[in-house]
Write a new protein. Sequence first.
Length: 132
Amino acid sequence: MKTLEEVRKFFENDRFATENYMVIDSVGEDTATCSMTVCDRHKNAVGNVMGGVYFTLADFTFAVATNHEKAGMVSLSSTIDFHSIARGEKIICTAEKIKKGRTTCSYLMTLTDENGSLLATVLTTGYDTQRQ
C-alpha cells in the first residue's frame, strides 16, 4: 500500500482541488478522508459555502479513495443531497465503498464540518477504465 505522502504527491497535480485548499488526510483500503479550510472564495452571495464546493470535495475524495493504489476509476454519475450549511471553518469528507464489482463501483461520500454537523451526502457510481 502506498504511503500517505506518495498519495499526496500523486494528487498534487489535481490543481482544481489543491488550489481550492483541499488536502488528503488519510487513505485506506477503498476509503479516503479529505478536508478543506473554508475561505471567502468558497462562499456565495449570502455568505454560505457554495454547493459546488461540497461537490468538488466529494468528487476529489472519491478520486482519492478509488485511485490511490491504481489509477483508472472515473465517475459515471453522482447525486448530491444537501442537509445543512457549514457553520465551522473546516469541511471534512469521508468516502466509503458501498459495492465494488468487476468494472463498476458505488461510493458514499459524507461531508461534515468540524463540529460534526452533517452538511451533504454524495452517492457516486464509478467505472474502472483499466478493466475493459
